[in-house]
Write a protein that binds this ligand. Structure first.
Ligand code: SF4
Ligand code: SF4
Length: 365
């Protein structure tokens, strides 16, 4: 089916398509001058096997995130136009037909391989598809891929399944010798995937990544630095009682917010077409974009961010020493009255000054 017919099958005219590309270009914060290049890249990609999408140990939440956020939205439409050649949840085929279709497309090569879900390593029999271990299917598909894009915490770093008996791992622990672009989160945010795919198609190269293989465009800044509650943090106003209306917009640090350790653009680019995001809905950030979201998957035994709603580490304030998290609000407010630089105190309270050196080296250039 040619591109025009594919548009018509989606109920889109050429004009609708150009308008859609304009929306996508703006959402990606690219100047309008890129519109023709993006439109051409999508059109070119529609005629070849652009995307193969595998699912390992997952809850299908990332697929849901992509497909349900709009109905239908730019991400769904563009992904559809991009010719997803294999996706267990949305494709019509099943059984041997689907598996031979996958083998055929792997043979053609040159696609982006999107992976959702983790890979069991304790025993390959924990996950087989068509009688074959998922690990083997992943390795075969990765071998002919142009690049691999693990989506969601599970595919990137093992995620929640890493805490269970399957000894689940992320793609980067299984695949080597291929460009890997990690898009973590629980689930992945649709515009991260759409933007990454389009960047790759337009520029034919992997976007700039950090040391955890995440695009700097989306994961280059600390949530804490852009948080709408940051002013309350600076004033030492922390929510301690969910039922006190006076505290409703206070900083969620003492309720377990992991924003000071989490790199994401969640505060700048809200979920569901800008409707909301965790902290604005009074839910502390769980750090779902961090490798240590579920630490059981980390080989270096780094401390994890779980449990939710609990501030796990102690704070050390200058001249005061270790502070009980539950009383830190009072201490910080006292420091403010005493004339101490509250921003400095805040930085120390979140461990940022201590971590500064480590953070300096965390970016790949
Ligand atoms: S600790 Fe969390 S709620 Fe408080 S300012 Fe930082 S990111 Fe926002
Ligand atoms: S605010 Fe935190 S927990 Fe919520 S989606 Fe963003 S990174 Fe994940």
């Amino acid at each position: 089916m040619d591109f025009q017919s594919r548009l018509e099958a989606r109920g889109l005219s050429r004009r609708d398509f150009i308008k859609l590309i304009g929306t996508v270009t703006a959402a990606l914060q690219l100047p309008a001058i890129y519109q023709p290049r993006i439109a051409q890249a999508v059109e070119n990609a529609a005629n070849k096997p652009a995307v193969i999408w595998l699912e390992g140990q997952d809850c299908t939440g990332c697929t849901e995130s992509i497909l349900s956020s709009f109905n239908p939205g730019p991400t769904e439409i563009v992904l559809d136009l991009l010719s997803i050649r294999y996706h267990e949840t949305i494709m019509a085929g099943a059984g041997e037909t689907a598996e031979s279709w996958l083998a055929e497309n792997i043979k053609q090569g040159g696609y982006l391989l999107v992976v959702e879900g983790s890979i069991p390593t304790a025993d390959d029999r924990f996950l087989t598809i068509g009688g074959r271990p998922f690990r083997q299917i992943l390795q075969e598909a990765a071998a002919n891929a142009a690049a691999v894009v693990p989506i969601g915490a599970c595919a990137c770093y093992g995620g929640i399944p890493a805490a269970g008996p399957t000894e689940a791992k992320g793609v980067q622990d299984i695949i080597s010798g291929k460009p890997i672009i990690n898009l973590p989160g629980c689930p992945v945010k649709p515009n991260w995937l759409l933007g990454t795919i389009l960047h790759y198609l337009v520029f034919n190269q992997v976007p700039e990544l950090d040391s955890n293989k995440r695009p700097l465009a989306y994961f280059g800044g600390l949530l804490h630095d852009n948080c709408p509650r940051r002013g309350h943090f600076e004033k030492g106003e922390f929510l301690t009682d969910w039922n006190d209306p006076a505290q409703k917009d206070f900083c969620l640090l003492l309720r377990g917010c992991k924003g000071p350790k989490t790199y994401t653009d969640c505060a700048q680019s809200w979920w569901n077409d800008g409707v909301n995001f965790c902290i604005n809905a009074s839910s502390p950030c769980a750090g779902c974009t961090q490798p240590e979201f579920y630490a059981a998957g980390l080989s270096d035994n780094r401390a994890g961010l779980a449990p939710l709603y609990v501030r796990t580490d102690t704070m050390s304030l200058p001249g005061i020493g270790g502070v009980n998290p539950e009383t830190a609000g009072k201490v910080m407010a006292g420091a403010s009255v005493a004339g101490a630089g509250i921003h400095l105190v805040g930085n120390i309270a979140t461990g940022r000054l201590k971590q500064e050196k480590a953070e300096e080296g965390r970016r790949d250039k």
